[in-house]
Design a binder for this molecule. Structure first.
Ligand SMILES: *[C@@H]1O[C@H](CO)[C@@H](O)[C@H](O)[C@H]1NC(C)=O
Ligand SMILES: *[C@@H]1O[C@H](CO)[C@@H](O)[C@H](O)[C@H]1NC(C)=O
Ligand SMILES: *[C@@H]1O[C@H](CO)[C@@H](O)[C@H](O)[C@H]1NC(C)=O
Ligand SMILES: *[C@@H]1O[C@H](CO)[C@@H](O)[C@H](O)[C@H]1NC(C)=O
Ligand SMILES: *[C@@H]1O[C@H](CO)[C@@H](O)[C@H](O)[C@H]1NC(C)=O
Length: 341
């Protein structure tokens, strides 16, 4: 009897130790990992504080390619005290298994203390916004640019709901954006929607969502994206052209100079993949947009190539560079020379 008691006590102790050990490891923590500096709240509560950085993936892809990984990692690095949320549609699909440590990018990002990989549930996101009736009536399979259009809608609703900053997944952060309510210009009089930030429940974004539904036309590329932001900005402000490197202001909104995010403009996007002997500081920029949709030829970072994009990875997303660019090559080297350490 005593012996049995002893055995069960040891078992309980063993289980408790195992549990504690498990708690201290955080390799696959998905929805419940909190940054160590936070009180125990869910990610939604963290985002509601209005300082979140948000990324969106509207395709079913849950295994981020290197550039996406770099965008999220660089934001996590530049905003260490703020939650970085990556909403992925694929994670809300319960019929497929969640990715795990076997995907290097997914495991790299989930291990970053202030990054949260979250399911993107559009129906729930659009509830209580003007987008809801549009979403419940649109037939996504007949929309020409559905991935883009749905992404345009998600970013408006997310930033309206939580506040914070939305960023495209081909934007490498290099220094903090010192603005609360802002749009980013691609050129004088033309806004982008690849990055913007607002305090929660800002009326500008509510107006954007109403205009989205009212003028919805999915056959025109950008009609719900950059063109929508530009239309609304013209309603909100009377804008002049940019002079020198100054931003423009109207009411409580800043319209940021093209240099802040687009120091290399889209016709020149290949320059990111050129060899640069100098190490440019981009000291008028907060983040660099790599124009990935222009990259139909699938240019990537090649280790040792000394291209601008390689330098950017090394400096601004060092883990992505290590694990996704150097990683596979190192694995091959290890296989070839099993004795090497
Ligand atoms: C969920 O994932 C499965 C398998 O990857 C796919 O066939 C299906 O279309 C997805 N469901 C939705 C609603 O996207
Ligand atoms: C991880 O995912 C791969 C497929 O993506 C699967 O084959 C493997 O069994 C999974 N491993 C674990 C431990 O879940
Ligand atoms: C959506 O459009 C497709 C293609 O035209 C059609 O087959 C499908 O039935 C439509 N779905 C709904 C819910 O109307
Ligand atoms: C920004 O300005 C708009 C229009 O004047 C106003 O409705 C809104 O409340 C302001 N928002 C903040 C956060 O100051
Ligand atoms: C930015 O860099 C340029 C050239 O590298 C330099 O001339 C300029 O002074 C710098 N500006 C600031 C604000 O540091």
């Amino acid at each position: 009897m005593l012996k049995e008691l002893q055995i069960s006590l040891s078992l309980v102790l063993l289980l408790a130790c195992g549990f504690l050990y498990h708690l201290t490891l955080r390799p696959h923590c998905l929805f419940s990992c909190l940054p160590p500096f936070r009180s125990p709240q869910g990610p939604e509560e963290l985002l509601r504080q209005g300082h979140g950085i948000m990324f969106v993936e509207t395709s079913e892809r849950v295994e981020p390619p290197p550039l996406v990984s770099c965008a999220v990692e660089s934001a996590a690095k530049i905003y260490p005290g703020q939650p970085v949320a990556f909403f992925m549609k694929g994670l809300s699909n319960t019929t497929r298994p969640a990715p795990n440590a076997s995907n290097p990018a997914f495991s790299l990002l989930s291990a970053l203390g202030n990054v949260f990989l979250l399911p993107l549930d559009m129906k729930r996101l659009f509830e209580d916004t003007p987008l809801f009736s549009w979403y419940t009536h649109v037939n996504s399979s007949t929309q020409r640019y559905w991935l883009h259009v749905s992404s345009d809608a998600c970013r408006l609703a997310l930033i309206w709901k939580y506040g914070g900053i939305y960023m495209d997944t081909d934007l490498i952060s290099i220094r903090p954006i010192p603005e609360e309510n802002f749009l980013a210009a691609q050129a004088s009089q033309h806004s982008s929607n690849g990055v913007f930030g607002f305090l929660p429940h800002h009326p500008f974004l509510w107006g954007c969502m109403e205009n989205f539904v009212e003028h919805y036309n999915s056959d025109i590329w950008g009609n719900q994206g950059p063109n929508l932001m530009t239309r609304m900005l013209r309603v909100w402000c009377k804008l002049g052209d940019f002079r020198d490197l100054s931003d423009l202001r109207c009411l409580n909104l800043s319209f940021l100079h093209p240099e802040r995010f687009y120091p290399i403009s889209y016709p020149e996007w290949r320059r990111y993949y050129d060899v640069w002997d100098t190490d440019p500081s981009f000291n008028s920029s907060y983040a660099l947009h790599l124009w990935n949709y222009m990259n139909q030829e699938g240019k990537t970072v090649v280790r040792g190539s000394n291209t601008l994009v390689e330098k950017l990875y090394q400096k601004h997303c060092p883990r992505t560079y290590q694990d996704l660019i150097l990683g596979p090559e190192r694995a091959v080297t290890r296989e070839l020379s099993p004795g090497a350490k």
